[in-house]
Design a binder for this molecule. Structure first.
Ligand SMILES: *Cc1c(COP(=O)(O)O)cnc(C)c1O
Length: 295
């Protein structure tokens, strides 16, 4: 993990010019080739807590292509801890690249049928005899919030009017709200379809005075969480071709698309500066057959 690699990429695009907009991308994806930038930030205080409580094993939940699973395995190993991943669904005949890399990082996967997976409390109870430190799916929770708030500490954000990030559990968005300045508008792009409770989930992590201090757009899911129609793939390839910016199919591709669409709809105030957080997630692109993406 190399935080010194984090940098800002200026996007020079013709579609920004009519409204004199500036678009910068905070490249958290370059911290590590496999570990999702925001996931590492969300995990760091959980890992600290686990160590302070003398736990030797971190346990958490996720799907076969989960960025959170990949990041937890890596972060635990880096901290000298063991990890257990409760994985949604039966063990497949061929393991995903994500699981292969998690296992290489010493994570022990436990596969549970989908119905059983829904009941996290029952699963935690089933392993109550183990001295494991549990982290919620996606790192949702106050330590995750605090870690995500550190994302903006790596840059001077005072020139930006808009801070934009992809949203899953909402932990990262809440962290950005917590560390944003009063003049910022914090915007989230929901990659899931029909998750009406999302704003509530974000607010639950925030102090009262910061609640609802953000906007979430729900119309850029491209059909749903794991959906990646050709239109999205073509868009991601075009962005790579034009700007050498690699995006992932679940989160950041949809977010960049949303920014361009909102620019076309004149959503952003003329002359303003936008900062997109590239939350990483590129390891998930390995779920695609080779040659679909240009990078
Ligand atoms: C998990 C993830 C998100 C969503 O983060 P939340 O804190 O769960 O909202 C966004 N982008 C990428 C690349 C992710 O892996």
């Amino acid at each position: 993990m190399d935080l010194s690699k984090i940098n800002i990429q200026r996007i020079e695009a013709f579609w920004l010019k009519p409204n004199k907009l500036t678009l910068d991308v905070l490249r958290l994806d370059v911290m590590h080739p496999q570990i999702s930038g925001n996931k590492w930030f969300k995990l760091k205080y959980y890992i600290e807590q686990a160590k302070a409580n003398s736990k030797h094993t971190i346990a958490t939940f996720g799907g076969a292509w989960s960025n959170h699973i990949a990041a937890t395995a890596f972060a635990a190993k880096e901290a000298g801890l063991k990890s257990v991943g409760i994985i949604r669904g039966e063990r497949p005949a061929i393991l995903s690249e994500t699981l292969i890399s998690a296992i290489e990082n010493n994570m022990k996967p436990i596969f549970v049928p989908r119905e059983q997976y829904q009941n996290k409390e029952a699963l935690i109870n089933a392993y109550a005899g183990e001295d494991w430190f549990w982290i919620d799916e996606g790192g949702y929770g106050i330590p995750g919030l605090k870690g995500a708030a550190d994302i903006l500490n790596s840059v001077n954000t005072s020139d930006y009017k808009y801070i934009i990030s992809s949203v899953g559990t909402g932990t990262t968005l809440a962290g950005l709200v917590l560390s944003s300045l009063a003049a910022h508008k914090v915007i989230g792009i929901n990659s899931m379809k029909g998750n009406a409770s999302l704003s509530g989930q974000v607010n639950k992590l925030l102090p009262a005075q910061l609640q609802d201090n953000f906007t979430i757009f729900h119309d850029y899911h491209f059909g749903g969480y794991a959906k990646h129609p050709p239109e999205l793939i073509d868009f991601i390839n075009a962005v790579y071709h034009n700007h050498q910016l690699p995006l992932d199919i679940i989160y950041t591709g949809k977010t960049f698309y949303a920014i361009q669409d909102l620019v076309h709809k004149s959503y952003f105030k003329k002359g303003s500066s936008i900062l997109m957080i590239h939350t990483g997630g590129l390891q998930g692109n390995k779920s695609l057959p080779g040659k679909v993406l240009a990078f």
